[in-house]
Design a protein around this ligand. Structure first.
Ligand SMILES: [Ca+2]
Ligand SMILES: [Ca+2]
Ligand SMILES: [Ca+2]
Length: 184
């Protein structure tokens, strides 16, 4: 059976989050993701690092509370896809888990306070987060909607929101993490 576009995107996201690659998500996987994100903030930027950490903890609690249907303390790929669709992308939850990370990340990266990311900044950021430059460079070109060579905070938020919320197979934001996972 072909999965819908959201299931494909959340499957791609699952593979990214599953840091030890054992096919299931644990608190440790999420903590490792948190460390990658925190590593993008400057050493003295405690505020944005803490905001990202809190948002990832919120995300993990949502996964565990709403998504661990077999109660084994881990989130399988199928559990992840279901809970992402039903709960994490619920507007209030989406704001406090996903968009809180995006906003803190943009603030942490915007060290010259021009509120935009160049392509090289964008690619370097995703490289540090484990997304290959070939994917992030291609994504950047799609996500830079006004084609001015930089990604504004608004363009980045739009991309993230499309990735998580859009059912449109043609949405530019689908390319955030590279080609969609069509594993099954
Ligand atoms: Ca794992
Ligand atoms: Ca489980
Ligand atoms: Ca732009």
């Amino acid at each position: 059976m072909t999965e819908d576009v959201k299931a494909q995107k959340f499957s791609t996201l699952f593979r990214w989050f599953d840091q030890n690659g054992d096919g299931s998500l644990t608190h440790d996987d999420l903590r490792q993701m948190t460390e990658l994100f925190e590593g993008l903030a400057r050493e003295d930027d405690k505020e944005n690092a803490a905001a990202m950490r809190n948002a990832f903890e919120t995300w993990w609690r949502l996964l565990l509370t709403h998504g661990d249907s077999d109660g084994d303390g881990q989130i399988s790929r199928q559990e992840f896809i279901a809970v992402m669709k039903a709960d994490v992308t619920d507007p209030g939850h989406f704001e406090e888990a996903v968009l809180a990370i995006v906003d803190a990340l943009m603030r942490a990266l915007d060290t010259n306070e021009d509120s935009v990311l160049s392509q090289s900044e964008y690619v370097r950021m995703y490289d540090a987060l484990g997304v290959p430059p070939v994917h992030s460079a291609a994504a950047f070109r799609r996500l830079d909607r006004d084609g001015d060579g930089s990604l504004s905070h608004a363009e980045f938020r739009t991309a993230i929101s499309e990735f998580y919320l859009s059912d449109d197979p043609e949405a530019a934001g689908n390319w955030l993490l590279g080609p969609l996972d069509r594993a099954d």
